[in-house]
Design a protein around this ligand. Structure first.
Ligand code: PMP
Length: 438
């Protein structure tokens, strides 16, 4: 008896198709990335991306400071540096984290190329293929991409408007253990979560820490938005409540500027050592010039006052979005009311499919990110993420008006033709090419 022939793959489109490592097989173009090309056109109100608005930074004064940095300290600032990050940078990071009640030692910090690289290093250090990573349902698309790149199994844990549901976390741990799975960590964004805008309450924070302790579960706390509070004072970070069991990720992207690509990990000592070695293998050292530039900014400018400027600007945008949503959304549509960060999460009425309607929304000159981008298991078709960080308030309001019109038409289609009419299956496969909206 002859063995069946292995399936032949079409190598005409990509001659390397059989050469790629298995870990690349799960790498697919995210809806967010595919969107950027279209959504960036000026006629489209993009509520899709998550770009911080940095127009309010004092650019002329920064230019003068960076000019002096190059002339006076350029030979150090443009040189290779420490794999762990420059000591002066780590000292400054300790100061920044103190704003969120975190007490840390500069030795336990590893500077990274944005918190995105921190996610990559942490996953690389902890996860073998098949290991389970727990993440909120839904969770940050970029983190899901990293976990996939290391062939992790992503298991979502239910959340509500108060954050992760403790019982769901406990049940997931018990079920996964019974199934013989190795759960490596819980990935959570406790403040103004991406994509929902939800903030974990203090009670939930205590409950999650207690469950993690009980089950020997490591927590990876990702906190790029924590200082961008629009109402109350920042909540205490999980790391401030449990120094032994939390790996904390921070970033300058949202409190200063993302282009420098500087973030960090604060980790228990033993983990920190592994992270430094992994960082050296990946990049030799994090960007040295960026660290000098950021330290210059923190030393010579009132960065706390600048965060207040950002807060006022984002608050106005958040309010414009919430006003627009209550003025224009269909009955049966609900949404979160974030107290900080960049994002609002919308639940659509039955019969609507956010991914299927995206091309029609872009044709109507408004873009959003479909909810499916934020789930590893295909859920989220009745959700969308709207970001209020970038367009000015009047454009945000106009965007919600356009969106309201699109929803109305979609619902009419659904009512006339039934379930599936507004969400043809072939559009579910991908968001498709950019529609011509010129
Ligand atoms: N984590 C979360 C939750 C984010 O939203 C982002 C950026 N959108 C990142 C990490 C990555 O940020 P950066 O690499 O710029 O620090």
């Amino acid at each position: 008896m002859s063995l069946p022939e292995p399936a032949r793959r079409d190598t005409r489109l990509d001659p390397y198709i059989d050469a790629y490592a298995e870990r690349t097989h799960g790498l697919t173009v995210s809806a967010v990335r595919a969107l950027f090309a279209v959504a960036n056109r000026p006629e489209v109100v993009s509520l899709a991306g998550g770009m911080p608005n940095i127009a309010d930074l004092p650019r002329e004064a920064l230019a003068a400071a960076f000019d002096r940095l190059i002339t006076e300290r350029g030979t150090q600032a443009m040189q290779y540096g420490s794999g762990q990050g420059e000591p002066f940078m780590r000292d400054k990071i300790v100061e920044v984290m103190a704003e969120e009640q975190i007490q840390a030692h500069a030795d336990d910090i590893v500077v990274t190329c944005g918190s995105q690289q921190a996610l990559d290093l942490v996953t690389r250090v902890f996860c073998d293929p098949g290991d389970v990573v727990l993440a909120e349902a839904p969770s940050y698309v970029g983190a899901l991409g990293t976990f996939r790149a290391y062939q992790c199994e992503i298991v979502h844990v239910a959340m509500d408007e108060h954050g992760i549901e403790p019982e769901a976390l406990r049940n997931a741990l018990v079920t996964l253990k019974a199934a013989g799975k190795r759960v490596k960590f819980l990935y959570t964004i406790p403040n103004f979560q991406n994509p929902t805008g939800v903030t974990q309450t203090l009670e939930r924070r205590h409950a999650i820490i207690a469950i993690a302790k009980e089950h020997g579960l490591l927590i990876v706390e990702d906190n790029p938005y924590g200082l961008l509070t629009l109402e109350a004072e920042p909540m205490p970070a999980l790391r401030s409540m449990d120094a032994d069991n939390v790996v904390y990720l921070g970033s300058f992207s949202k409190i200063f500027a993302p282009g420098f690509r500087v973030g960090w990990v604060l980790a228990p000592h033993a983990v920190r050592e592994k992270l430094v070695l992994t960082q050296e293998a990946a990049t030799l050292c994090p960007p040295v010039f960026s660290q000098y530039a950021i330290a210059t900014y923190l030393d010579q400018f009132d960065w706390r006052a600048q965060i207040d400027v950002f807060r006022d600007m984002y608050r106005e945008r958040r309010d414009a979005m919430l006003a627009g949503l209550s003025d224009h959304m269909l009955e049966g549509t609900t949404w979160t009311r974030p107290k900080g960060g960049f994002f609002v999460w919308v639940n659509l009425p039955e019969g609507l499919d956010s991914q299927a309607m995206l091309p029609r929304a872009v044709t109507a000159r408004v873009a959003f990110t479909p909810g499916t981008a934020f789930y590893a298991d295909g859920l989220g078709s009745r959700n969308m993420r709207l970001s209020f960080c970038f367009p000015p308030p009047d454009r945000i309001y106009e965007g919600t008006r356009r969106l309201g019109e699109v929803l109305k038409q979609e619902l009419e289609m659904y009512r006339t033709f039934g379930l599936g009419a507004a969400s043809p299956r072939h559009l579910d496969q991908s968001i498709g090419p950019a529609p011509d909206i010129s």
